[in-house]
Design a binder for this molecule. Structure first.
Ligand SMILES: [Zn+2]
Length: 128
């Protein structure tokens, strides 16, 4: 359950942030999800809903922004965004070897896109 542990960690971070900022209700959580996390947004939303039950985050909307992965090539020195092979359906391309967009070699290393980060949290603050 890859998505569930990711969702749980998002909820935990949001709950912690809510506590620190006297928040009574979290309205939305915005996250950036890297390409190489292989997280499925729909699954993440679904698990977020379950993980947030009975917390200040319950009912909040999870807004996901997809972020391109980044590769570094040992053959030609290319460093930059990965490119999905458009000849292959996207659900298969995800698992294909990560080819260098420049020299088409496969001596690549993932240097970005393996993370997911919370960019901001929209919340209601308890009146003092
Ligand atoms: Zn290369």
């Amino acid at each position: 359950m890859h998505e569930f542990s990711a969702a749980l960690s998002i909820v935990e971070t949001a709950v912690q942030a809510a506590k620190e900022n006297n928040v009574s209700k979290v309205k939305a959580v915005n996250v950036e999800v890297g390409e190489f996390t292989f997280l499925v947004p729909e699954q993440l939303e679904f698990n977020f809903e379950i993980a947030s039950r009975n917390s200040v985050v319950e009912g909040a909307k999870l807004q996901i922004t997809k972020k391109k992965g980044a590769l570094k090539c040992d053959d030609c020195g290319f460093e930059g965004e990965s490119q999905v092979d458009t000849d292959i359906p996207s659900q298969i391309a995800v698992f294909s070897p990560m080819k260098c967009p420049k020299c088409k070699g496969s001596s690549t290393e993932i240097i970005g896109g393996k993370e997911f980060i919370i960019t901001n949290i929209l919340a209601e603050v308890t009146p003092a």
